[in-house]
Design a protein around this ligand. Structure first.
Ligand SMILES: Cc1cc2nc3c(=O)[nH]c(=O)nc-3n(C[C@H](O)[C@H](O)[C@H](O)COP(=O)(O)OP(=O)(O)OC[C@H]3O[C@@H](n4cnc5c(N)ncnc54)[C@H](O)[C@@H]3O)c2cc1C
Length: 464
């Protein structure tokens, strides 16, 4: 029986960051990981997709090379190498996490952790018990897996989840992507850039439905311009598999049609990994399939905490990490610890063009009772965007008309996943329109569009 101050079950961006912070605060830490350090994010999520998308971006740039005065003859690409590179990046970062945990004196136990009563965790590997651990504090960071819809179950061959979509043996000629959230749209963008005929079916009335309506509409047009076929307000009712293809029954406006695709990617959300971890013997409450926590990540069972994808949305790596840091800082009574502001977590989608946002959309702000002032700026008025050949994009800012508080910022276009952090910091510092207007933005940068979108909200836009 090994005793630590804290046991963390799951070594994703939630678990491993929590482990490091707990160690920095002086705790003796044990981290249990069943599969791969770095979790879904490093191994099957955030990182390997960005590696693939980078390959796709380079292909696209080469296709447009002539516009920049560059002649490229006989270019081709090697899908196997793209996948190998993506897997290599994941392996490199996962090894990096192992090193960081060692450096921070975190004990890592390889196996599946299960709660066995107050403060006790059993670890098994290949059906055998490999460790019995005890600690005053236990953090569940077991993450999530793809959501499966009845009748549309992935088989790993013709109907893929994100895992198979990330390691294709060959390019399909045609692809159906079910779901237009960040994961679905990123894969749609990747395969489309490599020449696959991609159709996206979305049940809601617009793509990336959690984004501001104007940004969704802008992205929809831009994606269609690149060749994606998008069907909104439609439901995939049935998937009939043949030897090497799938026929989808798609219902829209009460009418069902069928269409055949080489492959299908199901990207309809996630479900939390809450099974077989001994939660039934605790007072922890499950709400909408995820573990209920308070503002410090404490569950209803004393000494038991949960963070990341196993808890309520947003299901993002940076939310998972931050939640864990706050959780252990609170346990250790660190100074200035305050709850996570769920309203100020940026969300990014790395399709082309990229999409990024933080805070409330215009519709949400109005629904929350705010009288809003809205600013917009199109990249067509931005020198850097024109110079780099990326004039397709916009920034939208939403302010509280009474106080000048920045309620939300929404962007589509090149580099916006890097730029959104500017507005996130602004919101964290409770900035107002006046401070943003007084801030000097470097020239020429696409970030000047952020400044202009603020100026526009107050009738002072310069380059439009
Ligand atoms: C294709 C894709 C792309 C994504 N892109 C982004 C992105 O660009 N940006 C972003 O912020 N988010 C992205 N995400 C979401 C992101 O991956 C998750 O939000 C994040 O990984 C959640 O972290 P976590 O630590 O809560 O869980 P996970 O990363 O899921 O880690 C949980 C870990 O716990 C382990 N585990 C589970 N049960 C046990 C057990 N009983 N014992 C021991 N170990 C266990 C698992 O093996 C896993 O390693 C993406 C997700 C996918 C699928």
């Amino acid at each position: 029986m090994t005793t630590s101050d804290i046991i963390i079950i799951g070594g994703g961006p939630g678990g491993y960051v929590t482990a490091i912070r707990a160690s920095q605060l002086g705790m003796k830490v044990t981290l249990i990981e069943a599969n791969h350090l770095g979790g879904i994010c490093l191994n099957w999520g955030c990182i390997p997709t960005k590696a693939l998308l980078r390959s796709a971006e380079i292909v696209t740039n080469i296709k447009h090379a002539a516009e920049y005065g560059i002649q490229v003859k006989d270019f081709g690409f090697d899908l196997k190498k793209m996948v190998e590179r993506s897997r290599g990046v994941s392996a490199q970062l996962s090894a990096g996490v192992k090193h960081l945990l060692k450096k921070n004196k975190v004990e890592v136990v390889d196996g599946f952790g299960k709660l066995m009563g107050k403060g006790k965790v059993e670890v098994t590997k290949d059906g055998k018990r490999v460790a019995e651990l005890t600690a005053k504090h236990i953090v569940i960071a077991t993450g999530a897996r793809p959501r499966v819809l009845a009748g549309l179950e992935p088989d790993g061959k013709l109907i893929w989840t994100y895992k198979e979509a990330m390691v294709p043996d060959a390019l399909p000629k045609s692809l159906l992507v079910v779901g237009s959230g960040a994961i679905g749209i990123e894969f749609a963008s990747f395969y489309n850039a490599l020449g696959v005929a991609v159709t996206v079916v979305e049940v809601m009335d617009r793509v990336m439905p959690i984004e501001d309506e104007e940004i969704s509409a802008f992205a929809h047009k831009a994606l269609e311009k690149r060749g994606l076929k998008i069907i909104t307000k439609a439901v995939v009712k049935k998937l009939d598999k043949a030897k090497d293809s799938v026929t989808a029954t798609i219902e829209k406006d009460g009418r069902a049609t069928t269409q055949t695709f080489d492959r299908v990617i199901m990207a309809v959300g996630i479900v939390a990994n809450i099974e077989n971890i001994g939660l039934e013997n605790t007072k922890a409450v499950i709400e909408k399939g995820h573990i209920k926590i308070n503002e410090w990540s404490a569950t209803d069972e004393a000494g038991l905490y949960a963070i990341g994808d196993v808890t309520a949305p947003p299901w993002l790596a940076h939310k998972a990490s931050h939640e864990g840091v706050i959780c252990v800082e609170k346990i250790m009574g660190a100074k200035d610890v305050h709850p996570l502001d769920l309203g100020n977590i940026p969300g990014c989608t790395y399709c082309t063009p990229q999409v990024a946002s933080v805070g409330m959309s215009e519709a949400k702000a109005k629904a929350a009772g705010y009288q809003v002032r809205v600013g917009r700026f199109n990249f067509m008025g931005n020198g850097k965007a024109i110079a780099t050949g990326e004039p397709e994009g916009m920034v939208k800012t939403v302010f509280d008309a009474k106080t000048g508080a920045l309620l939300g910022a929404h962007m589509v276009g090149a580099e916006v996943t890097e730029m959104i952090q500017g507005f996130t910091i602004g919101r964290a510092l409770e900035t107002t329109e006046a401070e943003l207007m007084h801030t000097v933005f470097p020239h020429p940068t696409i970030s000047e569009s952020m400044h202009e979108a603020v100026l526009d909200a107050y009738g002072r836009v310069v380059h439009m």
